[in-house]
Write a protein that binds this ligand. Structure first.
Ligand SMILES: Cc1cc2nc3c(=O)[nH]c(=O)nc-3n(C[C@H](O)[C@H](O)[C@H](O)COP(=O)(O)OP(=O)(O)OC[C@H]3O[C@@H](n4cnc5c(N)ncnc54)[C@H](O)[C@@H]3O)c2cc1C
Length: 460
């Protein structure tokens, strides 16, 4: 048994873990990072990157199929999943190589194997012990299922959905959240019949109701079926398909059932509770400075309650490195983290929904700018809009506390939206800032002009 020590020992090399490792190394700390699978974690290998590659392939398929409406003679001959998968895997593998190079360049010591926290800021891996002045728990999350619904065969989670070597004729997607609607969107573009089942009353239920309505309208137009406000009861697999029963009495038949009902914390069996770390429904509880209940032990990313997003993990990881280095950084505010759902059309938001803002501020003033008035969106033939929520009643001054956008490519607008939210800008601050014409960013500009009382391209 060897016993090695460092300033920081990190358990898990995903978004949260490696961001912390790199920043800590930049600040002169010695870092050991333990990873049982591949550096990069869920986001790089089973999450953000491969799904977005599939979504891009789906967009290319739609473009080929729909060329006619732009006067381009094209047709979709078919989907070659072998080709799609090698495109996707090529991107993942290039980024993985790049990340390994960065770990080396930062002098981060990588240890392969599954680690267990054994107390005293020590992690054990294959009989060897690594002790840190500080320890970071960064073991991420796993795909959940429902009681009585076992994954396997035709009942799959996102991990299997990412690696199918064929396009299913029909799919039932259980869960209308981010992961569910993204896969529904991909498969529909590839030609599958898709039905989404969501227990809550609307798709993307964590977003502003406006986004749900817009997305549902667009999905209806695309022929993506969905049943909201209805619970799943049972799934039975046969030779040729899976039969899904709902509480409403409906029975859905499909080739596959994708279970996309959320992700649970990957915390079991790693020694956390035994080492005295306070847990909450399986998540590791931290204070706003990402400290667990054990002195010198921090936690990051999907393991910690809140938004499960890679860039939240990055930012929290950077925060922890700077905290340990004594830089006294500003805590990460979950509401200021931009959220993008990359289906067609995209949903992008930051800050509060209208309902949340009303709860916090009482009176709010909202304005919705329809993309029908935005030249670039018309060129792209995308519908949707930008909804702003301002704290304070109409006529009162107040900051923009929520931005929700729906439409193709609006994910790219969230960069500006998050600056507006995080800098607590008032509509009057944004109104004089010039947006290039014709771009979709103008929709954000127009919405702020209108909220500041000087609408330009606004009807009625
Ligand atoms: C299908 C899908 C699509 C997604 N799309 C997006 C997106 O577009 N944008 C976005 O921001 N987020 C997206 N996410 C979420 C994103 O992937 C996660 O929020 C992010 O990966 C969380 O980072 P993390 O570091 O907390 O955990 P992870 O990335 O899960 O990393 C944890 C690491 O710890 C390792 N590990 C676990 N236990 C041990 C142990 N005992 N010893 C050693 N190593 C261990 C694991 O192997 C893993 O590599 C998506 C997720 C999924 C599933």
């Amino acid at each position: 048994m060897t016993d090695t020590s460092a300033d920081l020992v990190i358990l898990g090399g995903g978004s949260g873990g490696y961001a912390c490792a790199f920043r800590a190394a930049e600040l002169g700390l010695s870092v050991i990072m333990i990873e049982k699978d591949k550096l990069g974690g869920t986001c790089l290998h089973r999450g953000c990157i491969p799904t977005k590659a599939l979504l891009h392939a789906a967009e290319v398929a739609d473009n080929a199929r729909e060329g006619e409406q732009f006067g381009i003679k094209s047709a979709l001959e078919g989907i070659d999943m072998g080709g799609v998968n090698s495109y996707k895997d090529g991107i993942v593998s290039r980024l993985h190589k790049g990340l390994q190079g960065l770990a080396k360049a930062h002098n981060v010591t990588l240890v392969e194997g599954a680690g267990t926290l054994v107390g005293n800021r020590t992690v054990e891996v294959n009989g060897d012990r690594y002790t840190g002045k500080n320890v970071l728990l960064a073991t991420g999350s796993y795909s959940k299922t429902l009681p009585g619904l076992e994954l396997g065969g035709r009942v799959i989670a996102s991990e299997q959905a990412l690696n199918l070597d064929y396009v299913p004729e029909s799919v039932v997607v259980l869960g209308g959240g981010v992961i569910g609607v993204e896969f529904a969107s991909v498969w529909r573009s590839f030609g599958s019949e898709v039905t989404i089942v969501e227990a809550l009353p609307r798709l993307v239920p964590n977003e502003d109701e406006y986004a749900s309505k817009q997305l549902e309208r667009a999905f209806r137009r695309r022929g993506i079926k969905f049943k909201t406000g209805v619970k799943f009861t049972e799934a039975k697999q046969g030779e040729t398909g899976v039969s899904v029963s709902l509480e409403s009495g409906d029975q859905l038949e499909a080739d596959l059932l994708l279970v996309a009902v959320g992700r649970g914390p990957n915390s079991a069996g790693h020694g956390y509770e035994e080492a005295g770390v306070t847990m909450e429904r399986g998540f590791v509880r931290t204070d706003e400075r990402m400290r667990t209940s054990v002195d010198g032990v921090y936690a990051v990313g999907d393991l910690v309650p809140g938004l499960q997003l890679a860039h939240r993990g990055f930012q929290q990881g950077i925060f922890i490195a700077e905290e340990i280095a004594g830089l006294n950084p500003k805590p990460v505010d979950d509401a200021g983290i931009p959220r993008v759902t990359y289906c067609k059309p995209e949903v992008a938001s930051v800050g509060l929904t209208e309902a949340e803002a009303k709860e916090r501020y009482g009176a709010v003033h909202t304005f919705t700018y329809d993309l029908a008035g935005n030249g670039k969106s018309q060129i792209l033939k995308t519908a949707g809009g930008v909804k702003l929520v301002k704290a304070g009643a109409e006529g009162e001054e107040g900051p923009v506390v929520g931005v929700t956008m729906v439409g193709e490519r609006v994910g790219e607008l969230v960069g500006e939206a998050q600056l507006i939210y995080n800098w607590e800008a008032f509509p009057e601050d944004v109104a004089p800032l010039v947006h290039a014409h014709p771009t979709q960013t103008e929709a954000l500009g127009e919405a702020h002009l209108a909220l500041a009382g000087k609408p330009l391209h606004v009807h009625g």
